[in-house]
Structure formats: C-alpha cells, structure tokens
Design a binder for this molecule. Structure first.
Ligand code: CIR
Length: 263
C-alpha cells in the first residue's frame, strides 16, 4: 500500500557524544540507547503513515541524526539549508542526494545560514526563527525561494533556546504549542496558542504527521493539558536524543508524496 508520506531519517552516529551543545551541559550519551529510541521513533512514523527512508549514514558527523536541520521541504520545492554550526555543514550532501527527484531543489548559500529547526510551516505561512543558527540572509533567501509558490515568510525573534521549534510548533492548522518565555505567542495570531506547562520548558516540540501528533513522553504535565483539550498524542521515549539537544521534530524530514515528474 502506498503511504501518504515519506519520512527521511538518519542513523544515530557513533560519534554522537561529540554533538553541538548550546543550552545544555554535556551529559554522557549512551549511543546504543539512542539507537533503540531512534528505531522506536521510526517505527511510530511508519504506524502514522510514513514510508521511512534512511539517508546514508554519516558516522563522523555527530549531529547527523537531526536531519530536520538540513532541509526545508514543502509540496513545491526542497530547500537544502546551510546549517549555522560549521560542524554540521557536511550533513547536507547526503540529504540532497536523497531528496533529488522528489522535489525541485534549491539551496541556501553563503552568507546565509539556516537550520530547518528554525522553520515552522503552518499552511501558507512560514515562521522562521532568527537565532544563533539562522541569520537574516538565510531568512531572506528562504523567502525569495518560497514566495513564488505562495508562501509568506515571517521572521520571529527567539531567545533562550536553540531553535524556533524548541519554542513553538503547530498542533493543527489553527493552534500552536508554545513556551511563551522563549517566543512571543502573539506573533502567530490569528493562530490560537496553548502554553506548555511552566515546569516543562522543553515541551513545545510536537511533530505533526498529517493530522496526527508524535510527542516525547518526557512531558506528562503538558501532555495532560493537551489531552484535556482533545488532542491525542502518540508517545516516544526520546530522552537520550534530548541530551544532544534534539527533540522529536529534529529526527525526520517529512514530505507528502507527490505524483509526477519534478524539474
Ligand atoms: C545541534 O546543536 O545542532 C544538535 N546537537 C541538536 C540539533 C537539534 N535540531 C533541531 O532542534 N532541529
């Protein structure tokens, strides 16, 4: 049976302990456990309607598992990023090869930097975090690439966390889940905002797969706020990946299958 979505993932690198860290202290990472959790995440993506395709492994690139940062894909185009951390720039080649043929490709180029974790697409609105990883040149380039396809790009200031999607993600086309300490929820109006539980600052990252939601099991208080509002969450244990400052959106690039040739 053909699945509605393709999900690209990438192996947990044996070098993952050398990952970039910005807001977290280095806590020993058990690569074997991270691999088990990652496999559970991939299985759940399959259950939610994705054909999971693993991009060729990159053992020497510690952050390669966080594939989201390397590409922004919408129905019309795939934009290969230029990650803000120099240590991560080698990740894009393998992802570009994997996406070729599925979408027309474009690239963020110097002096632009852009991490996919800073890009939140809700309908035709594309919110882009201005962060240590994503600069104004990167945002301007993304805007120029997406505007011809009818997307409006909105730059958003983010403080206190790594990426925009550490601070806010979408629960559906009308609602965001937000940590108001890190981003101004009013910027997303007319979308409604649900705040994370104050004791769970990292809880704003939820992965949408169509109309289903994949969420880390580490945030029970926020989960119950969401369940009280009628959201049903599919849970994964991503605790070992979180030690590398990664969350559930980071570990995949999901695209809707499209029929027909690309140019
Ligand atoms: C990094 O700092 O680049 C990685 N250790 C974590 C990246 C997480 N990616 C994401 O939130 N999209």
């Amino acid at each position: 049976m053909t699945t509605p979505f393709l999900a690209f993932t990438r192996d947990v690198a044996p070098s993952m302990a050398d990952c970039e860290l910005t807001h977290l202290d280095r806590d020993p990472i058990d690569v074997a456990t991270a691999r088990i959790q990652h496999a559970g995440y991939e299985r759940l993506l399959g259950v939610l309607g994705c054909e999971v395709r693993r991009v060729a492994a990159a053992p020497a690139l510690p952050d390669a598992v966080f594939i989201e940062d390397t590409a922004v894909v919408v129905d019309e185009i795939a934009v290969i990023t230029r990650p803000g951390a120099a240590s991560r720039r080698g990740e894009t080649g393998g992802v570009e090869a994997a996406l070729a043929g599925l979408r027309p490709l474009a690239r963020i180029v110097e002096p632009g930097t852009l991490d996919g974790g800073d890009v939140l697409v809700v309908g035709r609105r594309v919110f882009v975090g201005r962060t240590a990883r994503t600069n104004d040149a990167g945002i301007a380039q993304l805007q120029a690439l997406l505007a011809p396809h009818g997307y409006g790009v909105v730059a958003v200031d983010v403080t206190g966390c790594l990426h925009l999607k550490s601070a806010v993600t979408a629960l559906d086309d009308a609602t965001v889940l937000v940590n108001p300490a890190w981003v101004d929820a009013a910027l997303f109006a007319p979308l409604a905002a649900v705040d994370v539980h104050p004791e769970e600052p990292m809880a704003a990252n939820v992965l949408r797969v169509g109309d289903q939601l994949l969420y880390a099991e580490a945030y029970p208080r926020t989960r119950s706020l969401l369940e009280d509002r009628g959201y049903r969450l599919h849970l994964v244990d991503a605790s070992e990946l979180a030690k590398a400052e990664g969350a559930v959106t980071c570990c995949s690039v999901i695209l809707r299958r499209s029929d027909g040739p690309v140019r």
